[in-house]
Design a protein around this ligand. Structure first.
Ligand code: NOJ
Length: 540
């Protein structure tokens, strides 16, 4: 992108998008589950925080077996969240205060409660209704799954129906995979996109954006290559197959035809060398930078990811994205202090108490936030990270809802620890989340971490985010301004116009370059930057 083109740069190249896990954000109707009424009542908070857009996790009608990633009707809102009319009001309210709204599309699978799947279950083999999903006879006498594919949530990726055939589900048994080789499926999803564009949605985060296409022969997969993050050459039987790009290009054309201002964001867990395929001009506009999320708390690893991300996006004529957490990974205020658990997908195991230094974790999470918010490009925040919320690691088995818990034979707790409802107030039975007990219990420590407890408090994590977002808006508008500065090995220092960002990921203190310190995540000591601390400086 040339400097002269910057004025025309699309909004999403500079935006900060706040991820709303709707079930856990704010409960407006007092049933213990977050909803649209709650979200509408808190839009002012998001405006004042200083974000540009919100991405709302699936809000569609769903049995919520996988937190709504099991969609029963893509054109309706789940009654626990509200109504279609309320969704319209939310979109309009958000637009009225300058916030864009991204919805979440789940195309790889439907819920088993979707009308199509119910029809498929009672249809004859060979029937069109059956062919929308991947039903196959079993191996041998039919009692063995058709192949060795494993569900991401544990156990086989096949379940046997009453008539003896098996159906594929790469995720939970209640999430049957659609057969995307069928034109009808493609048309249906184009229509779903149109349905929401017509209601004013500004784009979509696309779930498992690298799946959809399956090898038609459904061959066994190399057991070492089951994992969602495995790199490949486009021939893996179910992840990141080359055929997926033809499907995506139809979505992109539709988005561009709408008003040219829509954005499609890919949740694509693919190897770095495959990512450009997803960001070609007729593919997704953006993809979450999971390499940045996965990088350990260590300067060299992070510098490598930053360089690679910026170089790649310059080649593609775009700008990078940055993200440190979402509803699927351990919150960074815990993760950054978990010894040996750099992998954010390492879930908490049942029966093993998690002993982490939360003070250190929060200190690093705050420094990580300042680093991320000063990088060139757009940023995705996950609700609660602006409060420095830790992972809730001691949720008892009886409250766990993530299908990973059951599918792992109750050995892995799954992702509920990062989905605990947001504390808005210092006290009260749900810390202001709503009038009933929340669907997941909040720890007592959430009171002191609430919005109320942090608002206006100098040095609180919430005020740190607010200040950082305001300074970012004022000083970091040009995504082309980025220049590394010489620094110690443990330090990441770069200049963006008049602003210098310095993050010390080591233990010892570091010298600061010239400039007036406008923000620092812990106080300076004798003018030096302590370990696990970040600061922003402005040249006057
Ligand atoms: C990715 C989503 O982020 C996750 O929450 C969900 O369980 C899977 N896709 C399956 O839809």
């Amino acid at each position: 992108m040339e400097r002269s083109e910057q004025a025309r740069a699309p909004w999403w190249q500079q935006s900060v998008t706040y991820q709303v896990y709707i079930r856990s954000f704010a409960d407006g109707n007092g049933d213990g589950t977050g909803d649209l009424a709650g979200l509408r009542s808190r839009l002012g908070y998001l405006r004042d925080l200083g974000v540009d857009a919100i991405w709302i996790n699936p809000w569609y009608r769903s049995p919520l077996h996988d937190g709504g990633y099991d969609v029963a009707d893509y054109r309706d809102i789940d009654e626990r969240y509200g109504t279609l009319d309320e969704a319209q009001l939310l979109i309009d309210d958000a637009h009225a205060i300058g916030l864009k709204v991204l919805a979440d599309l789940v195309p790889n699978h439907t819920s088993s409660a979707h009308a199509w799947f119910r029809e498929a279950l009672s249809a004859d083999p060979g029937d069109v209704a059956r062919g929308r999903y991947l039903f196959r006879p079993g191996r041998g006498d039919g009692s063995e799954p058709p192949n060795n594919w494993q569900s991401v949530f544990g156990g086989p990726a096949w379940t046997r129906g009453d008539d003896g055939d098996w159906y594929l589900h790469l995720f939970d048994v209640t999430q049957p995979d659609l057969d995307w080789s069928k034109r009808e499926i493609r048309d249906e999803f184009l229509d779903i996109f149109r349905f929401w564009y017509d209601r004013g949605v500004d784009g979509f985060r696309v779930d498992v954006a690298h799946s959809l296409a399956k090898d038609p022969e459904l061959p066994d997969v190399d057991p070492d290559a089951q994992a969602i993050t495995s790199g490949n050459d486009g021939s893996h039987p179910f992840w990141d197959r080359d055929e997926v790009h033809d499907i995506i290009s139809e979505w992109r054309h539709l988005a561009d035809d709408d008003d040219g201002d829509k954005v499609l964001v890919a949740e694509a867990w693919v190897a770095p060398d495959r990512l450009p395929n997803y960001l070609a001009p007729d593919q997704y506009h953006q993809s979450f930078n999971f390499d940045f999320l996965k990088a350990s708390w260590e300067a060299t690893a992070r510098r490598t990811v930053i360089d690679r991300s910026i170089d790649l996006m310059r080649e593609l004529g775009s700008v990078p994205t940055w993200v440190l957490s979402n509803h699927d990974v351990i919150r960074q205020a815990t993760r950054f202090a978990l010894p040996g658990a750099d992998d954010p997908m390492t879930f908490i195991e049942a029966g093993i108490p998690v002993d982490v230094d939360l003070e250190l974790g929060l200190r690093r999470a705050r420094a990580g936030a300042l680093l991320m918010l000063s990088l060139p490009g757009s940023v995705y925040l996950y609700q609660g990270e602006e409060l420095g919320l830790p992972e809730v690691t001691d949720l008892p088995g009886e409250v766990l809802d993530d299908p990973i818990w059951v599918r792992s034979g109750k050995t892995i707790k799954g992702r509920d620890g990062c989905r605990v409802p947001i504390p808005w107030e210092r006290t009260g039975p749900s810390f202001g989340f709503g009038d009933a007990s929340p669907w997941l219990p909040q720890p007592a420590s959430f009171g002191e971490r609430s919005v109320e407890a942090q608002t206006g408090v100098d040095g609180s994590t919430l005020e740190l985010y607010r200040s950082a977002l305001a300074i970012r808006r004022q000083h970091l508008a040009d995504p082309l301004d980025f220049e590394w500065l010489a620094s110690d090995d443990d330090v990441l220092a770069f200049r963006r116009g008049r602003l210098t960002s310095v993050t010390n990921l080591g233990g010892g203190a570091a010298d600061l370059p010239p400039g007036e310190v406008v923000l620092s995540t812990t106080p300076l000591v004798d003018g030096r930057l302590p370990g696990d601390t970040a600061a922003w400086l402005i040249e006057r």
